[in-house]
Design a protein around this ligand. Sequence first.
Ligand SMILES: [Zn+2]
Length: 165
Amino acid sequence: MKYVYCPACGKKLTSKYSYDEGNVPSCNHCKTLYFDTPKPTVVVAVVKEDEILLLKQSYIYKNSKVLVSGYVSQGETVEETALREVLEETGIAIKDIKYLGSCSIPEKDLLMLTYMANYSSGSLVKSQEVEGVEWVKIKDALSQMEEDVVGRAVVKRVLCELSKG
Ligand SMILES: [Zn+2]
């Protein structure tokens, strides 16, 4: 996010030279630099045998299902975010969390960290934030995720990982 005003005191920021970072917006009053950094989010592909966990959230994509995702909270590791979001949104516990790679979406101010994980325990309990949650055969998942470009890439990566055995 490109800061113009200080989020703490509201004063207009000025450009300050910060060594190897170059010029960075700075609040002279609060003595704080405001880097143009993305918000870290996690995307988790949860796998249970030949099925994958998909959500329906119409506010994200009207005609597509999506993987579990969420913002990283302050003080939380990304792995903790993955565990928390899957539990909150679907009621299940995961294990064997494996990092697949990252994806930057500057126009949405996001840095998406993508993971796959195995189902551990619990049964599906839909949260109020979610319209639907279900296990879908992995081979059918891509055809139900037309609009979710990042999610589709993650599922392709998962298929690749699973084919390695
Ligand atoms: Zn300030």
